[in-house]
Every structure is written in C-alpha cells, then in structure tokens.
Design a protein around this ligand. Structure first.
Ligand code: ATP
Ligand code: LTN
Length: 332
C-alpha cells in the first residue's frame, strides 16, 4: 500500500454514537472526495472515546458501527488505510513522548476541554485534558500533510503544529507540519434546537441533530421542528437568524446551490415549505448511505478483514516515525 509520492491525509472520528449530518458535511464528505488525489489514512479513534464513560459492550459495538458508517459513506479500503486506533500501539507511545513536549498552559486554552469539562463535571479526567496530545500523535505519526476536519478541530490542529515545530526545533526535521482542510460551506453545522451551539452526536436531545441513519420521515420531522425566528423571510444572517442561516447552509451543502440561489428560490415562501425542502434534500443524500450501512453490518467478517489489513498497513508506517522519535530522544 502507498508506493506513490502523493500527499498524505489523516483523519479520525470518535465512536461515541451514530454520525450526524454535521460530521458528514463537515468532514466525512471530504474524506471520501480526497481519496483519489491523496494517500488517505482514516481511523476510528477509540482511545479518544475513553475520555467519556462508556460500557465496554457499547464501545465494542459502536466502533464496529462507526467503521461500517465510514465505508457506507464511501471510504474505500482498497484506496485508503482504514483502521482502529487502539490496534496500533504507536499512537499511545508517541502520545507519551509528545506529552512531555506540551505545556499545561497550552492545553488550558483548549475550548473543547472547557466545554466538555463543563458538560461532564463529575468526570473531568486527565485524558480529557491531554486529548489534543493524542490527536497530535495520530496526525504526526503518519507524516500527514492535510487533515480534513470540521471547524471545531482547528484549535487542536494548531496545537499539533506547535508541538511538531517545537520537537523539530530541538531534533531536526522529524515531523511533517500538518495543515487543516476545512470545507467552505458546512464546516460548522449547528444544532437544530439551539442554533448557536454545534450539532453534536452526543447531544441528549435527539431533535437537535440529524443522524446518518434517521429514516426519511424522521429527518423531515426534525427539520420541521427546527428552531428558527418569527420574521418568516428566508435570508442568510448569522447574527439575527442563526436557525434559518444554518438551514440555508445545510441546503447549500447537500444541493450544491449557492446561498444566493437558495434565498432567491424561497423568496416569498414561508418557513414551512423551506424546511420540508431541506429535509427532503438531506433524506435523499443519506438514502444510499443507509442502504450500504445495513449491508455492511451484515458482513462482520468483511469488516474484520478490513481492520486486520488496516492495522498492519498503519503499524508499518507508524513504526517508522516512532523509531525515529525514540532514536532522537535517546530511547533507542
Ligand atoms: P461528540 O459529540 O462525541 O463530541 P462530535 O459530533 O463533535 O462528537 P467528533 O467525533 O468529535 O464528533 O468529530 C468528528 C469530525 O466531525 C471532526 O472532524 C469534527 O470537526 C467534525 N464535526 C463534528 N461536529 C460538526 C459540526 N457540527 N459541523 C461540522 N463538522 C463537525
Ligand atoms: N479530536 C477529533 C477526533 C480526532 C482526530 C484525530 C481528527 C482524533 N484524532 C486526528 C483528525 C485527526 C474530534 O473530532 N473530536
């Protein structure tokens, strides 16, 4: 695998539930689109999801389900390396080394840590705090050029770059410095119930997000219930109309139309018509993904084969970087 000189991509998602429309439009669609042009490595980052309490059985199921979701969306194991983060021990090993090159002050500035520790007050564990270091290890192990993610991960990628530059500053060119790859439209899909916070798969309110596996009627119903405003004019205005602006972005993202074209299309029409159109367009986009997902979940042997091959390929690449790091710091 990977005998070419193409640029390299790495990205991952946590197995904390079924992917949402936010994950799909913000990241997954780019993962799929970039597969021909780049050497892509996509991981189910199961170690990261230990920062939140999970039942072992549930985590085991969710990580297989997430793998099937990757493939159903179009990630192709013939073109890309697809693997489970915990199957490649180099991630945990590099995590430790990089942790010794990361400052507490830097981690203290991470907004995701602040948000998650406020949400899980009873379990503000050290893993949640050092989460960005493990993410830096993920990316840096593979000499990654580009990281396709949604907007919320930009800060984590900046710290990964800072850590890499610091390490390179001491030891020479060990790590490639990675760049984020964030879509122009859809990089931050907002909650349908609270349009000033991001759509999140771990939200307790199921009406706040569209799951990749929601049936079409549910999708349309959730859009009909989406929180908007009382002006009854479809126009893009993030400050005054965050709800409608979010729906316009979603519609633009799934239809390929521009924001202006959408505003024109719905001129003089009410929110009811607009919401149904957005819901139907989203349901149509997700329909083929749902069909493939069901097939894949019935092919457990195939999924296990993909993981086995993925772990071998990923481990081979990762060990080159880890060996170099160990040598530089004096461990080899
Ligand atoms: P959780 O709710 O468990 O924190 P999440 O929904 O935020 O999860 P992650 O697994 O943390 O999802 O993120 C996977 C990818 O999806 C990342 O690249 C992230 O930037 C992107 N992403 C997550 N939420 C959104 C969103 N609302 N809009 C656009 N992209 C998103
Ligand atoms: N922190 C990311 C998930 C993640 C990731 C990565 C994304 C873990 N390791 C490496 C890109 C590259 C998130 O979405 N919460």
């Amino acid at each position: 695998m990977f005998m070419t000189k193409k640029k390299r991509i790495f990205s991952g998602m946590q197995p904390t539930g079924i992917l949402t429309l936010g994950n799909y439009l913000g990241a997954m669609r780019n993962w799929v689109a970039l597969q021909d042009e780049y050497e892509c490595i996509y991981s189910v980052v199961d170690l990261h999801s230990l920062t939140i309490r999970n039942e072992a059985k549930e985590l085991r199921e969710q990580r297989m389900s997430l793998l099937a979701q990757y493939l159903a969306c179009g990630v192709d194991p013939e073109k890309s390396i697809v693997f489970m983060q915990s199957h490649v021990s180099a991630h945990a090993e590099l995590n430790w080394v990089l942790g010794c090159y990361t400052y507490v002050g830097e981690l203290n500035r991470m907004t995701q840590f602040k948000e998650k520790s406020a949400k899980h007050e009873e379990n503000v564990n050290a893993g949640l705090f050092t989460y960005p270091v493990l993410m830096a290890a993920d990316v840096l192990l593979y000499q990654t050029d580009l990281v396709p993610v949604g907007n919320d991960q930009k800060q984590h990628l900046e710290i990964a770059r800072d850590i890499a530059e610091r390490f390179n500053g001491v030891y020479g060119n060990v790590f490639q410095i990675p760049e984020p790859y964030i879509p122009k439209v859809g990089a931050r899909i907002m909650s349908l119930q609270e349009p000033t916070s991001k759509m999140s798969k771990s939200d307790e309110n199921k009406n706040s997000y569209i799951s990749l596996l929601d049936p079409p009627q549910t999708i349309v119903k959730k859009f009909k219930r989406a929180v908007t405003d009382s002006e009854a004019v479809v126009r893009y205005d993030l400050e005054e109309k965050p709800g409608i602006s979010n729906l316009i972005s979603i519609y633009a993202s799934v239809s390929g139309k521009t924001l202006e074209e959408i505003v024109e299309e719905f001129e003089g029409k009410g929110y009811g018509d607009f919401k149904v159109s957005v819901g139907e367009a989203v349901a149509e986009t997700l329909r083929p993904v749902q069909e493939r997902y069901q097939e894949l979940m019935n092919s457990k042997d195939y999924l296990n084969d993909v993981l086995k091959k993925g772990a071998e390929d990923a481990a081979r690449l990762a060990s080159r970087t880890l060996d170099k790091v160990y040598k530089k710091v004096g461990l080899l």
